[in-house]
Ligand binder design. Structure first.
Ligand SMILES: Nc1nc2c(ncn2[C@@H]2O[C@H](COP(=O)(O)OP(=O)(O)OP(=O)(O)O)[C@@H](O)[C@H]2O)c(=O)[nH]1
Ligand SMILES: [Mg+2]
Length: 427
């Protein structure tokens, strides 16, 4: 009935030439918008997902569940990068094979599986040397061979938004690329129009390419240093406000917690490395503002040069008056997450900076886990950013830390005044 009525209206509209023209016009507009939207759609949506096979290598010392968990994490990384995982292989070895990392037999097995599953990519959980990539590509013709770092860099490149994080990613990519350069690569000289004067006497093309990369890295680092200087002076300006730096393993819920506490709208996603650029939000607490800085998460086997490169983003946490460490309390390997976070922050954050530790996602952790966390980490607060659990306790902890910070500041100011007076005694 309804359909008859509406189609009746439609035909009445069509019978009037002016209305018909207007309808056609609307349809054309819709079509243009559709095309425009499709063009604007991120490349990762348009690209067909690549099928891949994952390969993990574990020494017999690594416990089986942990080895599986590490491989599952590699799977999440691959999915975040836009791939479809079709199979996973875990090889337990005493020693890594220098030529191909895994044994000959395993390479053959994987080759067969790649054909069967019509997959064109294989991702290793461990870093591969340039020669290992070459050897594997020779044995697996037409297959893209990637390692964990390559995958992480790919995700970083996709998620970098600001000029700073883009520069950082480019530096890390070039550093990663350098030892992997082979003669088979397209010469960078040609790509960069480098002509006369770019090739010194007696040098090989490879050396020239490496020299160009080094030069580019230097240029990028100079640009980064400028941005860093600007940030440092901004941080100094904010010295009079209590600052909390949020740190933790990727996907722990740092951005969700920032949003929960401040009502902000920081990007949250069940993906690894959803946040790359640090975001700063104000939290109003009993008539006072404090600043929360959400930043890049950590992961196991995070390449060292990536940590080095991202040090300045993490510097946001380094300048903080208090560190809020967010841990996924429901993760089977939360202890490893704690260790990775601790190791990554070594040398970046002053040991004396006060810390608050929260175990997030407790609403999905079982009773035994919650008891374990309480017994082993009695000072930590169990929360759920998603379900709004434990927020009052956390706010109270912020208040306490804020009070202590004010006391320290008053003491410091008094000390400075005393010193100044001692240097310039009043007549
Ligand atoms: N069940 C549950 N899920 C949560 C909770 N907090 C966050 N999540 C989910 O965990 C996933 C990751 O959350 P994010 O806030 O993006 O995590 P992050 O630590 O900022 O992650 P990165 O930016 O990638 O380092 C999302 O799917 C969230 O919805 C929680 O308390 N309980
Ligand atoms: Mg985040």
């Amino acid at each position: 009935m309804l359909r008859n009525e509406s189609s009746g209206v439609f035909f009445t509209l069509l019978s009037c030439p002016r209305r018909r023209a207007s309808l056609i016009y609307t349809e054309i507009l819709k079509f243009i918008f559709f095309i425009f939207y499709k063009m604007k759609e991120p490349a990762e949506h348009k690209q067909e997902k690549e099928k891949c096979i994952l390969v993990g290598i574990a020494t017999p010392k690594v416990r089986p569940w942990l080895a599986q968990e590490q491989l599952a994490e590699l799977g999440r990384l691959a999915e975040t990068a836009g791939a479809i995982v079709t199979a996973t292989y875990l090889q337990r070895v005493q020693n890594f094979s220098p030529a191909t990392l895994i044994g000959e037999g395993k390479v053959e097995e994987i080759k067969h599986a790649l054909t069967q599953l019509d997959a064109k990519m294989v991702v290793f959980d461990d870093d591969l040397s340039g020669s290992q990539v070459r050897n594997l590509e020779q044995r697996l013709p037409g297959i893209k061979v990637l390692d964990r770092t390559g995958l992480i860099l790919d995700i970083f490149a996709k998620h970098a938004i600001t000029a700073e994080s883009r520069l950082m990613v480019e530096v890390a990519q070039l550093q990663y690329m350098m030892p992997r350069l082979t003669r088979a690569w397209t010469h960078l000289c040609r790509q960069h129009n480098g002509g006369i004067g770019t090739k010194g006497p007696g040098e090989t093309q490879l050396e020239t390419d490496r020299r160009m990369i080094r030069k580019r890295i230097q240029e990028l680092k100079k640009k980064l240093a400028k941005i860093e200087d600007a940030r440092e002076s901004q941080a100094e300006k904010r010295n009079d406000i209590f600052q909390v730096g949020i740190v933790g393993y990727t996907n722990a819920g740092k951005s969700t917690l920032t949003n929960r506490l401040t009502g902000a709208d920081v990007y949250v996603e069940d993906k690894l490395f959803a946040t790359l650029d640090s975001t700063t939000r104000k939290l109003y607490l009993d008539g006072e503002n404090i600043i929360l800085s959400d930043t890049v998460g950590f992961i196991r086997k995070l390449p060292h040069n990536l940590i080095e490169t991202f040090k300045s983003t993490l510097g946001v946490a380094a300048h903080a008056d208090c560190i809020l460490e967010v841990v996924d309390g429901s993760a089977p390997d939360y202890r490893e997450h704690l260790e990775v976070t601790h190791k990554t922050l070594e040398g970046i954050i002053d040991e004396s900076t006060p810390r608050i530790r929260v175990f997030n996602k407790v609403e999905i952790a079982d009773e035994a886990r919650r008891t374990e966390l309480l017994q082993n980490y009695p000072e930590a607060i169990q929360i759920s950013a998603k379900e709004n659990i434990g927020m009052e306790r956390l706010r109270k902890e912020f208040r306490d830390q804020l009070e202590r910070w004010k006391e320290r500041r008053t003491a410091r100011e008094a000390e400075e005044k005393e010193r100044a007076e001692a240097a310039w005694p009043e007549e």
